[in-house]
Design a protein around this ligand. Structure first.
Ligand code: SF4
Length: 373
C-alpha cells in the first residue's frame, strides 16, 4: 500500500532557520488552496490505489479549519482505497492546537499528531523565530492527550544559537515528561537563504562548536535509550510499535504520492515534484499539470537511493531485500564500499546485511555519499 502526503504551505510567521516550502502571512489563500487540493486529489490519475498512511505536512497544517481538513479527507476517501487502520498524521504548531480544535481533529479520524516543539527555552525559541511559548508546547501535547490522541510525536532541535549541552539535556527532560510515544530530534542545519544563515555568516549570532553539538547528539541518544525508546532512524525515536509508518515508507523505498505545492511523489520508477507557486497551483490543480519536474530513476540510481535511504534506518540494509528488488547480490554492487566503511568503523555487518555504527550515525552524510557512483 502507498502513503499519501498532503502539503499545507502556510505558516503564521516564517521561522528564522526554515527553508521548507512554507510561507508566512498568506493565509488568505487557504480556502482556495483547500479547494485546489480537493480538485487535484479528485482528478488524480492514481485514483483507486490502496493507501495505509496519510500525512498532512507543512508548513502548518493546523492552520486549516476543521471543515477544510474534513473536505480534503473526504476527497481522499472518495478517490482512494483507504485502509481502515490507516495512520493519519497531521503536523501542528503549539500556537494552533487548542482543546476544541484537537477534539474535532480526533473525531475527524486524524489519529497521529506531530507537534513542532523545537525547544522549551524562551531565548532559544526566540533565536529560532518560533512564535509559541514553551508553556503552549506543553499544553498542546497535554491537550492532544486529553482529546484522545494516543499516538503523539514532537520535534525537538539541538545545536541552537547559544545552546549548551546542559540546556539540550534540560529540553530533553522536559520533553520526556510529556505523554509522547515518538520524537524527531534534529541538529540545526544552517540553510543558505534563511535569516539565521545571514545572521551567523554576518557574525551577529554564533552556533555552538561542533564538539559541543556532538555531545548534545550523544546525550539525545542516551536519554531516549534510557526512557525505552527505539532509535529506529537517524533522527527518530519511538516507543515499541510507534514508528512513523508514513516516514518509514520513504526510507524503505515504498511508493508515495504527494498533493499540493512542492509535494514530491515516487511511484517506484519515477520521482516527481510539484510547482511551488501557490496562486499558480490554485489555478492549475485538477485542470492542468502541476508538475515541476519528473525524473525516471535508472537502476544505478535506484540502487544508490535504496542503500542510503535504508541506512538512515537503524535496521540498515537487508541483502535479501536488495537482491529481490534488483536481481543482483548487494555485495556484487557495493561490496567494496561496505568493506571500506566497515574498516573505517562507520558501518557494521549484521546477520544478512549491514547498518550504521554509532560513529557512522555522526557521519551519515559521508557514508551515504560513498554509495553514489
Ligand atoms: S512552522 Fe515549520 S514550516 Fe513553518 S516556518 Fe516554522 S519551521 Fe518552517
Amino acid at each position: 500500500m502507498i502513503g499519501l502526503y498532503i502539503h499545507i504551505p502556510f505558516c503564521r510567521h516564517k521561522c528564522r532557520y526554515c527553508d521548507f516550502p512554507s510561507y508566512g502571512g498568506v493565509e488568505s489563500y487557504i480556502p482556495a488552496y483547500t479547494e485546489a487540493l480537493c480538485r487535484e486529489i479528485s482528478t488524480s490519475p492514481r485514483e483507486g490505489l490502496a493507501v495505509d498512511t496519510i500525512y498532512f505536512g507543512g508548513g502548518t497544517p493546523s492552520l486549516l479549519k476543521i471543515p477544510q481538513i474534513a473536505s480534503i479527507l473526504q476527497a481522499v476517501t472518495q478517490h482512494f482505497a483507504v485502509d481502515s487502520h490507516a495512520e493519519i498524521t497531521l503536523e501542528g504548531n503549539p500556537d494552533s492546537l487548542g482543546r476544541e480544535y484537537l477534539k474535532s481533529l480526533h473525531e475527524l479520524g486524524i489519529n497521529r499528531l506531530s507537534i513542532g516543539v523545537q525547544s522549551f527555552q524562551p531565548q532559544l525559541l526566540r533565536s529560532l523565530g518560533r512564535i509559541h511559548s514553551s508553556r503552549q508546547a506543553v499544553e498542546a501535547v497535554e491537550n492532544a492527550a486529553w482529546a484522545g490522541f494516543d499516538n503523539l510525536s514532537a520535534d525537538l532541535m539541538y545545536g541552537l544559537p547559544g545552546q549548551t549541552v546542559q540546556m539540550a539535556a534540560d529540553d530533553l527532560s522536559q520533553l520526556l515528561r510529556l505523554p509522547l510515544c515518538h520524537a524527531s530530534v534534529y541538529s540545526l542545519i544552517l540553510e543558505p537563504g534563511t535569516c539565521l544563515y545571514h545572521d551567523v555568516t554576518a557574525g551577529m549570532v554564533s552556533l555552538p562548536p561542533d564538539d559541543q553539538v556532538e555531545k548534545m547528539a550523544s546525550v539525545v541518544h542516551q536519554v531516549f535509550k534510557r526512557y525505552g525508546f527505539d532509535h529506529y532512524e537517524i533522527s527518530s525515536y519511538a516507543r515499541p510499535g510507534r514508528r512513523s509508518r508514513h516516514n518509514v515508507k520513504y526510507w524503505t523505498y515504498v511508493p508515495y504520492l504527494g498533493f499540493g505545492v512542492s509535494a514530491h511523489s515516487f511511484d517506484g520508477h519515477v520521482r516527481s515534484a510539484h510547482i511551488s507557486n501557490i496562486p499558480q497551483y490554485i489555478r492549475y490543480a485538477g485542470r492542468q499539470s502541476v508538475l515541476a519536474e519528473s525524473v525516471v530513476i535508472d537502476v544505478n540510481r535506484a540502487q544508490e537511493d535504496y542503500c542510503f535511504l535504508a541506512l538512515r534506518m537503524r535496521d540498515g540494509i537487508e541483502y535479501d531485500d536488495f537482491a529481490r528488488r534488483f536481481g543482483v547480490p548487494m555485495e556484487s554492487v557495493f561490496g567494496k564500499v561496505v568493506d571500506k566503511l566497515v574498516k573505517q568503523g562507520l558501518l557494521e555487518r549484521k546477520e544478512g546485511g549491514c547498518r550504521l555504527t554509532s560513529l557512522g550515525l555522526a557521519y551519515g552524510n559521508y557514508v551515504f555519499s560513498q554509495f553514489i557512483r
